[in-house]
Every structure is written in C-alpha cells, then in structure tokens.
Design a protein around this ligand. Structure first.
Ligand code: PAF
Length: 282
C-alpha cells in the first residue's frame, strides 16, 4: 500500500493502472476510520482490481461554527486499518494541494441540498459535491463507494453524477452499527458517557417506527410524532428533524408508500447525530 500526497504522483500511478485496464474502486473519506469505512473498503476490494481511499478533512463542507479543527485526524492508525483491508493507494492531500490559491468553482445540486441536514448546515452539501467532483476527476474511478448512513449525501452525489454525466458507478453500502444499534460515525467519539448511553434510542425509535409502518400505520404525521416523543422520553437529545421522505427524491411524504425512509438528526450538546431507516411498501 502506498500513501500518495500529490495529484501529479497519483496521476502517474493512474496512467499505469489504466494502461493495464485495471478497474478502480474508490472510497472517499475524511479519515478516523471505523467499521463503516472498513466495510466500504471491503466492498471496493471485492469488486475491483485496485482500491483507492482518499483521506481529506474537507474545509469547505464545515460551517464556521462546526468541528473542522476538532475533527479527529489519525493518519498513522488509518494507514494500518487500510493496509489490513488490502487497500492499494491512500490519497492523502493537503488542503493546499486540493484548493489552490484562487479556487473559485463550486458544484451545487439545487433543491435537495437545502432540505433535511441542508437546513441547519447551509453550505455543507455544496462543499461535499465540490470535493467529491474533484476527487472523482483526480482518482478516475470505475465505482465509488458511499455509506447509507449519510443518506442525503448519497442521493445528492448520485444526482450530481447523473446530471453532470460523470463516468462513475455508485454503490451505496448498508449502515454499520455498534452492538447497541448506534450508527458508526467518527463523531460518536465526541459524545459524553451519558449521551453515548442515550444515543442508541435513535435507532430503537426508527426500528419501532418501521414495525408500526409494516403493521399498517402509514400516516407520516402520526409515525413522526411517535418517533419524536420516544426520543424526547428516552434521551436529552434535541431533535433537529425527523422526516418521512421518498428514499430517491428526499421529498417529504404524508402517506408512506414505495421506497421510503425515515431520516432524523438529533443534537447531543454540540454533537449532531444522523440516522435513517429504509423500507419498501408496495
Ligand atoms: O462522508 C464523508 O466522509 C465526506 O462527506 C466525503 C464524502 C468524504 C466528502 O468529504
């Protein structure tokens, strides 16, 4: 496994890979690997000749009061994890390498970047789609692997890839959870012991809601009101949103049908956790 920091060196490597007609699986990350990241790498390893993982804490997707400075950085540990997953190349650029002086171009997927998490994180998805566009152009992958935990991010990136004719397939991999159900996230390490104990109630609420839906209650308002009160009764988390949405368009639905999702964001002090559950109702 090699860690490459410059775009030019990576491009030289890609020339050799492409000349051998080898397929490239790409996993974009901000590092601080957990089992969710490792499962993306495993999927990429299974499907492709070459696996590239990027580690870049992207400044443009953090708001001014968010955790950019505090975000965990642990390249040496991440390298060990990636090596174990048989990753071929880690792309680990500096901010200067990615955003040269006078960077003026941003990629914006309209409408769906403004709902759900976009309401409380106004420029977040523009930062995400900008860096992901750049990383696709830099790493030239055949397939890119993303996690279902960031469901809105996944739909936005899929939309961007379709709308801008990027030549890459996208695979969305299932959420990986802790034993108690909490969705794995690099930000879980911010939680106090008390909040860490309370946080699994998010997934418990989603699972119960899914049961209620499958048992015949397809009224979004009643389901969401149950989810909200269950979270309030079992934790000190402050709800940012709970929504029933169409899983492909992210648009709210009043009657649950088709490929649907309940998505939520809850704040435990400064730590904002997101989670979701998918279901398909005929
Ligand atoms: O999901 C993430 O870790 C980031 O948003 C991504 C896709 C690597 C872009 O910085």
């Amino acid at each position: 496994m090699r860690t490459i920091k410059s775009i030019n060196s990576l491009k030289r490597e890609l020339k050799i890979i492409k000349s051998k007609n080898q397929t490239i699986g790409f996993v974009p990350t901000m590092g601080a690997f957990h089992k969710g990241h490792l499962s993306l790498m495993r999927n990429a390893r299974r499907d492709n000749d070459i696996v590239i993982v990027s580690i870049f804490v992207n400044p443009t997707q953090f708001g001014p009061k968010e955790d950019f400075e505090k975000y965990p950085r642990q390249i040496k540990i991440d390298e060990l994890f990636a090596k174990k997953e048989k990753v071929d190349i880690i792309f680990y650029p500096s901010a200067k390498e990615i955003y040269k002086d006078c960077h003026l171009t941003y990629v914006n997927v309209t409408n769906i970047s403004k709902v759900l998490c976009g309401r409380s994180r106004p420029n977040h998805f523009e930062g995400v789609t900008t860096i992901v566009s750049k990383l696709i152009n830099i790493t030239e992958p055949d397939v890119m692997y993303l996690g279902q935990k960031d469901a809105q991010q996944a739909v936005i990136i899929k939309t961007m890839v379709k709308d801008l004719n990027f030549n890459v397939a996208i695979k969305i991999c299932p959420i990986v959870r802790e034993k108690d159900g909490l969705a794995m996230s690099s930000r879980n390490s911010y939680l106090s012991q008390k909040h860490r104990q309370e946080a699994p109630c998010l997934y418990k609420s989603l699972k119960e809601a899914k049961k209620m839906i499958l048992a015949g209650n397809t009224n979004s308002k009643s389901i969401l009101s149950w989810v909200a009160s269950n979270i309030k009764n079992n934790s000190s988390g402050i709800i940012d949103y709970t929504e029933c949405i169409n899983a492909d368009t992210l648009m709210p639905i009043s009657r649950i049908k088709g490929r649907a999702m309940i998505a939520l964001a809850v704040k435990f002090r400064k730590t904002r956790l997101i989670d979701n559950i998918l279901f398909h109702l005929k």
